[in-house]
Structure formats: C-alpha cells, structure tokens
Design a protein around this ligand. Structure first.
Ligand code: UD1
Length: 320
C-alpha cells in the first residue's frame, strides 16, 4: 500500500521528490496527466506505482488518495505566459485540481498535504526580500491560481484538521526540467539552447532578478516538511529558496562560461505578467523546518548544464 502520493510525478519537481522517496525505500504512488509532465521523466522510477490520470476528475482523486498518508502536491500548469494566454486551463489544473485533491484526501484519511506554492504570489512589490507576512499581490492568472491553492490548504487545516504545509517555491531549476516547450523555465531553455549553439531571447532588459533555486534544495525542504511536527507546521506557509538574487544578464554570462556559448542574447519586450525582482527571506523555513539550502546557484547551474550535456549526447546517440 502506498504511503506517499506525488502529484505531477512526471514533472521535474515531482519526479525528483519521488526519486528521493524511493531511494529511502518508501512506498510511492505517482499521478500525472502529461499535459506538461514527460514520460521520459519516469525512467528510473519503475518502483513507483504510477497512475495516468487527471486531478480535475474527483473520482481519480479518490482513487489515488486511497491508503496514502502524505501527499506532495506538485501538479500544476507552471507558467506565467501560459496562464496569460489560457487562464481557464490554469485555473482548472491549479485551483479545481487542488480543491478536488483536498476533498479526496480528507475523505481518504490522508494525514498531511504539502503544496507547491509559488513566489509569484508576492507580485511586483518593491520590498526585498519577500517575507511571508507581506500582503499577496498576484499580477498574473498563474499567480492568482497558485495563491488560491495556498488558501485552500490553509482553510483545510483550519476547518477540517487536515495537516497542510505550503512551500512557496522560488524559480526551481535542475535536471529533468523540460527545455523544449514555449512555456519552459528560462534556465532549462537556455542550457539546452546554448549547448546546441541556438539563439536565446531575453525578455526585457535582462536586469530582472530571480532567486533561482536548485532542485535538490526543494526536495530537501519537502522531506523536512513531511517530517516536521504537526504543531509547528500545519496550516503554515513558508518560502523555499536559496536567498540569492541574480539577474538574467548575469545568469546568461555564467551560462556562456559553462557552455562555451559564443553567441549574443537577443532582447525583446518584457513579457506580460512578469514580475521584476524576486528574493526570498528564509527565516521562517529555518525556524519551522531547520531548512538551509544545500546547493548554491552556481553549483546548481553547473550540475544542470552537465545534465543537459549528458542527456543530449545520449539522445544524439539514440538518434544515430
Ligand atoms: C517561475 C516558474 C513558476 C514559479 C515562479 C516562482 C517556470 C516555467 N515558471 O516563473 O512556476 O511559480 O517561477 O518561483 O518555471 N525569460 C527570458 N527568456 C526566456 C524565458 C524566460 O528572458 O526564453 C525571462 C522571463 O521573462 C522572466 C524570467 O526569465 O523574466 C524567468 O521566467 P520563467 O523561467 O518563465 O519563470 P517565472 O515567470 O519567474
């Protein structure tokens, strides 16, 4: 019987949490609808019980929650521009899916749900770093949807006594992140394109900054959230990041070094719904979870470039 459920298990964050649980010998069930998850991300996770399905369907939610003690809810349509062009799909896959999952979790007697929140909830307020007590100010449909999910978590803890923990992720990156979609995260896209010698585009002047967070830190904070005492964490929301802001221009420069890229970036108009700067305060995660990032930005980027280099040479060999 599975004791852990990972939603979005074919996405890069979900598959990384599942892999860490399996490595500890845990029983894991995963679900994904493959809208943005990739079947190739399931390679290496054969010990996981996998269900292809959609959390938008309440019956599927009921099925996947059976026998589960802890849920890592990573499934989402994780893209600001996708939400700008199709807010209804974002709402369905982020808000409706989350509510359905919570209802099913409660009915099945699940003990704890850990939720992938988003730093986009802070919006474009000039105050840095972003502290959890700040009033949310979402500026894209995506940010609204992820924030609504957070609020459902809080309310399910308060009203129904379900243990919930919200981790507000700041720009997660690393191996297995899909580089190929129009909606891919900037680092996956840039690593892939720069290794292939293809052009890259920076939206805006490149001076926007992000607290890019290497995936290993995110897996670590999730495992801490699963193990933390209920009285400390239930109903809480906290940042999960590296606490180091870096501009896109600087990131491009480091990537040029790491990949040997000789081209220049093309600059285009800033994207609608984009925030300018993002940097986390980590005090609360330190207090509640004893969380400290274990891999810094540069080392994370180095590992990510190496992973793209390796996986692209493997797929090159397979094509030959
Ligand atoms: C990202 C996540 C989102 C998460 C949020 C907060 C992705 C796809 N989105 O949003 O799920 O909730 O962080 O942690 O991972 N950019 C370019 N060129 C490109 C692509 C992007 O210049 O080819 C720029 C964007 O305009 C933006 C920055 O890079 O200014 C980051 O964009 P992106 O990686 O899409 O992440 P966020 O929108 O910050």
């Amino acid at each position: 019987m599975a004791s852990y459920l990972v939603t979005g298990a074919a996405g890069f964050i979900g598959r990384s949490i599942a892999a860490a649980l399996l490595a500890r010998g845990e029983a894991v069930r995963g679900i994904d609808n493959f809208i943005s998850g990739r079947r190739t991300n399931l390679v290496g996770l054969e010990a996981m019980e996998f269900i292809e399905g959609d959390l938008v369907d309440p019956l599927t939610c009921a099925k996947v929650c059976q026998g589960v003690e802890i849920i890592f809810h990573e499934a989402a349509l994780a893209s600001v521009p996708r939400s700008v062009s199709d807010p209804v799909s974002t709402n369905l896959n982020c808000v409706t899916a989350t509510l359905n999952l919570l209802v099913a979790a409660r009915a099945a007697g699940v003990r704890r749900v850990i939720y992938a929140g988003s730093s986009s909830a802070y919006g474009d307020t000039p105050t840095m770093p972003k502290v959890e007590t700040m009033i949310p100010n979402p500026i894209s449909p995506y940010a609204v949807a992820k924030l609504a999910g957070e609020q459902y978590m809080r309310v399910f803890a308060r009203v129904y006594g379900l243990e919930t923990v919200v981790l507000r992720y700041f720009n997660v990156f690393g191996p297995y992140q899909d580089p190929s979609s129009h909606y891919s995260g900037v680092l996956a896209k840039f690593c892939h394109r720069m290794l292939a010698g293809e052009p890259v585009t920076i939206y805006g002047d490149g001076e926007q900054s992000r607290d890019f967070t290497y995936i290993e830190n995110v897996v670590h904070v999730n495992l801490l959230a699963a193990a933390a005492p209920v009285e400390k964490v239930s109903g809480q929301m906290m940042n999960a990041a590296t606490q180091c802001a870096i501009t896109l221009n600087k990131t491009f420069e480091i990537l040029c070094e790491l990949t040997g890229y000789k081209g220049k970036a093309t600059y285009e108009e800033a994207r609608a719904g984009d925030i300018r700067d993002s940097l986390a305060d980590l005090q609360l995660a330190k207090e509640l979870l004893d969380y400290e990032p274990t891999v810094d930005f540069r080392e994370g980027l180095r590992r990510t470039v190496e992973w793209h280099r390796m996986s692209e040479s493997v797929s090159g060999l397979e094509r030959n």
